[in-house]
Design a protein around this ligand. Structure first.
Ligand code: NAD
Ligand code: USQ
Length: 400
């Protein structure tokens, strides 16, 4: 299949381009390198060193014997996007090209506006461009489990049956997201669902849990093929941050009581699931939702798993409970479904400790690199907007 990846320079995009190419697909991708600038704005670096796109493309060609067709550009540049899609004529478009951080979207007015403009307008451009130049293509749109929030009932996959005042319907399950970033995903969901309904586009909206991990098997040993891995308060996700903290002897930063529960999945499972979605497209005009995660864990349970993996590689790991910078429930019910992907053949990894052990082994050689940024590990971006560490976050976000 011909697969177009928006956000191909990112944590997941770079790995997905390789995973799909190894399976025989033809891949094209776009990126404006915004993620590199956001992490720089946080005063941080990727714990795993990453290379320039020309270096990445050369290593890709050598390893896979095939080109990755790449163009640098912004999804907000409609003509650029439409022309690229028109030239490539994809069977599937995987849209990963958004600003992915909840804390970044909560820094201040400018960052929340930037997040909404980039994510919602970029996704609208993808929908319009599809309609104009490749209406038969299948959109695999990355949403987030965080769209649902933490309701006190089970979470279905996108829709639920409801009986109200004696009448029945199948309606979108209510969304109660926890940040301006997560809200952009809800807006995207509504726009995507609407575009499928009125234009007959086909889409899979993936409600993905929190991803962790440093590698997938196809990457081999060439360091140029590795994906980035961040540990700052905005772009490092929980397990990735914990693993970097363990490597430098920093206590693991569990926020609040640590009973917050989320769906998590290793990067290799994320690749497996996205590929299942791509290779099993919906019917023409269908909008469907997949919840995508390996298993649900509390943040405390994850910290314990990182401690266990740490002791297996000789690290003495401390866990500390920090004042929670976020406004979120710390004790709650959480029971989402994830049956659709299982029905299509998804085999969850299940061994989180083994996966974290691989991460720690990958990160140990980068100890000095992470240690040099030790001061940016503890969070200071609060949902109530009251505290900022001066000198770390610039006044305005990256302008596109
Ligand atoms: P990432 O920031 O590493 O990747 C996104 C890429 O898109 C970056 O390389 C960035 O430069 C690019 N990009 C952003 N805006 C762009 C624009 N306007 N034009 C062109 N390129 C643009 O993030 P990721 O962790 O790889 O996440 C990918 C997607 O998956 C995001 O939509 C994110 O919200 C979603 N997601 C991620 C996770 C996770 O834990 N990593 C979990 C659930 C959902
Ligand atoms: N947390 C800690 N300590 C930390 C970091 C996080 O206790 O050092 C806690 C947070 O308070 C939260 C949970 O861990 O309760 C998850 O936080 P996270 O930063 O790993 O994940 P989140 O902000 O939800 O965002 C990440 C990705 C985002 C994706 C989302 C999937 O950055 O792109 O959409 O995971 S989900 O969480 O299912 O919405």
């Amino acid at each position: 299949m011909r697969v177009f990846i928006a956000g191909v320079d990112g944590y997941l995009g770079w790995a997905l381009a390789q995973y799909l190419t190894a399976r025989g697909h033809d891949v094209a991708g776009v990126d404006n390198y915004a993620r590199r600038q956001w992490v720089d704005e946080m005063g941080s670096v990727s714990a795993i060193p990453i290379y320039s796109m020309p270096d990445r493309l050369a290593a890709f060609r050598e390893h896979y014997g095939k080109e990755l067709l790449f163009r640098e550009g912004d999804l907000l540049d409609y003509q650029f996007l439409r022309d690229f899609l028109s030239d490539f004529q994809p069977d599937a478009i995987v849209h990963l090209g958004e600003m992915p951080s909840a804390p970044y979207s909560m820094i201040d007015q400018a960052h929340s506006i930037y997040t909404h403009t980039n994510n919602v307008n970029g996704s609208l451009n993808v929908l319009w461009a599809m309609r104009e130049v490749c209406p038969e293509a299948h959109l695999v749109k990355l949403g987030t489990m965080g769209e649902y929030g933490t309701p006190n009932v089970d979470i279905p996959e996108g829709f639920f049956e409801i009986e109200y005042r004696g009448r029945k319907d199948r309606l979108p399950f209510p969304r109660q997201p926890g940040s301006f970033y997560h809200l952009t995903k809800v807006h995207d969901t509504n726009n995507t669902m609407f575009a499928c309904r009125i234009w007959g586009l086909s889409a899979t909206d993936i409600m993905q849990g929190v991803v962790f991990g440093t590698q997938i098997d196809t990457m081999g040993v060439n360091p140029v093929l590795r994906s980035r891995l961040d540990f700052d308060q905005c772009f490092g996700t929980a397990i990735n941050r914990f693993a970097c903290q363990a490597v430098i002897g920093h206590p693991l930063t569990v926020y609040g009581v640590g009973h917050q529960k989320r769906g998590f999945l290793p990067m290799r499972d994320s690749m497996q699931c996205l590929t299942i979605a791509i290779e099993n497209p919906p019917k023409a005009g269908e909008y469907r939702v997949f919840n995508q995660f390996e298993e649900c864990y509390t943040v405390d349970e994850l910290a314990e798993k990182v401690r266990e993996a740490g002791s297996a590689v000789g690290l003495d790991v401390d866990i500390e409970h920090f004042d929670n910078p976020r406004t979120e429930k710390e004790e709650h019910y959480y029971n989402p479904d994830r049956q659709h992907l299982i029905d299509l053949g998804y085999k969850p990894t299940h061994d989180v400790v083994a996966e974290v052990k691989i991460m720690l082994q990958d990160l140990l050689p980068q100890r000095d690199r992470i240690m040099a940024k030790r001061e940016i590990v503890v969070p200071d971006i609060r949902w109530d907007g009251t505290r900022r560490r001066s000198g770390v976050i610039s006044a305005s976000p990256v302008k596109s």
